[in-house]
Design a protein around this ligand. Structure first.
Ligand code: ZN
Length: 103
């Protein structure tokens, strides 16, 4: 998993395992609420980059968003791949269709 090649082909679960290796010790010490606030802060920075039309910054901020989200999931013990598959694995959870046919 270490190295750009391994990370580049990682599944969502693989990314979560990677961020556990990189940040779990620090983030578990920080705690769930403060780690979640960092995640929200990064969403705000991504929104600023979108508003500014700065595609390079948006790309970097979205990487931060997924890093903090997966780090938060590690702290609270949620396997995000399982959660996503459980909710969205059969298409849109509201209409059950692929593609979504909701209005
Ligand atoms: Zn739908």
């Amino acid at each position: 998993m270490e190295g750009e090649a391994g990370l580049g082909s990682a599944s969502l679960r693989g990314l979560q395992v990677y961020f556990r290796k990189v940040y779990f010790s620090r983030d578990s010490a920080r705690g769930a609420e403060r780690t979640f606030l960092w995640f929200v802060s990064e969403v705000g920075e991504a929104a600023d980059a979108l508003k500014d039309g700065d595609e390079h910054k948006l790309r970097a901020e979205l990487a931060d968003v997924i890093a903090w989200l997966l780090s938060f999931c590690n702290v609270v013990g949620i396997d995000l791949q399982d959660a996503v598959v459980e909710k969205y694995g059969s298409g849109c959870p509201r209409c059950g269709s692929i593609p979504c046919s909701c209005d």
